[in-house]
Design a protein around this ligand. Structure first.
Ligand code: 5GP
Ligand code: ZN
Length: 106
């Protein structure tokens, strides 16, 4: 099975069951992904232990990103299934720093 997230070996942060990296195509400065070390299709296939480690890395990414970029807020989200916008079929949680004024008003 070819899975890009199973092949990543260089992590920015990690704990026992998950790792965090920067998104290759960031939608905003500091966009990161938290990824299970085990190949899991989506959030609903995770164990409780994996859920705890995802939450733990969300908190640790926030501390790091606050320090590095001082964003004004965050979006945290998971796309589950191709019809919900999931393009890599290995669970990943997006943590996206937001900056005041980064939404263009029409
Ligand atoms: P999805 O649309 O499945 O929720 O998000 C997939 C994310 O993975 C996208 O934000 C995309 O930019 C990111 N991505 C795709 N390929 C790679 C890669 O090879 N490395 C990294 N770091 N991110 C990737
Ligand atoms: Zn995988």
């Amino acid at each position: 099975m070819n899975c890009i997230f199973c092949e990543i070996r260089e992590y920015i942060l990690e704990n026992e069951l998950c790792y965090a990296i920067y998104d290759k195509y960031p939608v905003n400065k500091g966009h990161m992904l938290i990824i299970t070390k085990r190949h899991v299709k989506d959030y609903f296939d995770t164990t409780n232990e994996e859920k705890i480690d995802i939450m733990d890395l969300i908190d640790k990414c926030k501390v790091m990103l606050d320090d590095k970029y001082s964003p004004d807020g965050y979006n945290i989200g998971i796309n589950c299934g191709e019809h919900a916008g999931q393009t890599v079929m290995h669970l990943h949680t997006h943590i996206i720093p937001r900056y005041k004024g980064d939404i263009e008003n029409p």
